[in-house]
Design a protein around this ligand. Sequence first.
Ligand code: 5GP
Ligand code: ZN
Length: 139
Amino acid sequence: MEKDCIFCKIVKGDIPCAKVYEDDDVLAFLDISQTTIGHTLVIPKKHYDSFLSTPKELMHKVLNVAQTIGQSQITNLHAKGVNILSNCYPAAGQSVMHFHVHVIPRYKSSDGLVIDFKENKLLEEISLPSIAESIKKSL
Ligand code: 5GP
Ligand code: ZN
């Protein structure tokens, strides 16, 4: 439990939520923003600041629940697709520093949520092999 963490307060029951799923380690509840109807957050009950800092076994449990919720959004909310997303650190758009996975049902591609992998304008100056080598150093 991190003192000023809003998701720790939700786990503790100090802040209400629309609960979707709960077990000993994982909680899932509706995102207050409802970017699309059914937008769900899946979190570990124990506080870790992001996907990157969460122990793998627990991260797998969170992703396992996220997959099942995505399947349910297709079956029961009649979504046509689902985005699974975890922002890691403010530079990537993370605003709540407690690991969470967004499970966002998509009903049509023009629903206002834009995840657009634009081609880098400097692509010709980028050496893909040397970038791959840098990432491989820690693998
Ligand atoms: P992030 O920007 O960190 O990837 O996502 C944080 C998400 O938490 C946002 O989509 C935001 O709407 C949601 N959120 C923030 N505060 C609350 C809250 O008190 N209750 C619920 N259910 N969602 C929240
Ligand atoms: Zn927390």
